[in-house]
Design a protein around this ligand. Sequence first.
Ligand code: UDP
Length: 457
Amino acid sequence: METKHLQSRVAIVTFPLHGHQNPMMRLACRLASLGIRVTFFTSKWFEKSAKPSKAYEELIKVVGIEGGLDDNQLNSSNDAIADVLRESEKMRQPFEKLVLADEEENGTPFACLIVDACFPWLPEVRHRFVAGFWASTVACASVMVTLPDLVAKGYLPAQGEKLLSPGANGLALAGIPFYFHTANEEDLRMSIEFGQVLLHPGMSCLLLNSFEGAEKQRIQELQSLLPCPCLPVGPLMATDQNGIARHADRCLEWLDEQEPKSVVYVSFGTLAYVSAKQFEELALGLESSGASFLWVVRPTLVDKQEDVEIFLEEFRKRTSAKGLIVAWANQLQILAHPSVGLFLSHCGWNSTLEAVWSGVPVLAWPLFDEQNVCARYLVHDWKAGTPISDAALAKSGVLVSRKEVRDGVRSGLRDESLRYSMKRASKAAREAVQPGGSSFSSIEKLVLAIKAGSWSS
Ligand code: UDP
């Protein structure tokens, strides 16, 4: 396994969102750690944030493709997601041209193309071994593939609060990602179209950023639906923090001054936004909890940022002894800090895996997309999270009160059983990527296929 195959070159192309680029860059680093050269394709906008770990900079080249949206155009509304999906369709031809140009320049073809399966296309470059990559939960992939069936049977589009019978493909509405709770037929049509790529005969295998300890049954279910082998390779984590020096990070310095396990870290990822009213309830709940907090407030976190500017300025002043508010944090480093005792999270799949990896219990507040599925894993399956409210777990956009925030933070920080269960989940995640673990052996299979230039089951 540790043999270096410097001649093997792989192209990776990521869907233009942080939640996709981060795990795919970590996969690139994992392959580079085994001596494989990677050309990492992303959108022009995301190129600047696609940073390999320092140790692998020489083996990973980053290339920007025309297309995709920028951070200011991105948010979690269905319209914005539809825009990013539409934009991503346009990235195919530029990608194919860049692949051919890179191959020409290097005098050798790529041994493998690893393509984010969120794109609705596979590259039409002949005679290449193509592996798909799935950045979300395995459960979500299964729903994508079964969407035509769910629509044909009349279960979707969802009619208001209507629940599916538990017998319908084993799914109740509660187990279906929020994104598909839509009554909008156009959104569903587009999801069906995008989901079809998972069934594409040109995909030799599908790599999953998941691990057996988290989704074993789901992986088996997905395998029964897909024509190609499904390989869990996760959780994909950074091996270093892109060389960010500890002393240069204000958050870490601030955390160093706090008591062990006393801080609630609050972050809603890169896309989620809330109303001004919800933002204020959250802030006031944090304040009244009396806990120390580190809160990521992105410039696009509030629907209408200007409505909360004065409130935020006063809040900042009032709580400066207890809290730190930043626009961006190096999340993995924050979660690894011993002062962090709880993660108030929107439960994006990456955030969920990063919490599990770091052993930090989650106060689960799913907002959109498939975050309700992740939250249910945390709360019901792994017992490593507690819901901000039962209503918020069941329905997107429910207003959460300051009291619910206050109580959730207080009890989440105190709850030793959550911490214990999270440690168990964390152990399973780490074992999966160690020699002998299921994700480790998937990477071994992938590397063998890359060496051979084709997949053989
Ligand atoms: N992230 C980060 N710092 C921040 C906010 C987000 O490093 O201040 C990273 C986080 O570690 C994760 C990704 O951005 O890897 C967010 O992905 P996730 O799937 O959790 O949520 P999304 O943004 O896709 O909703």
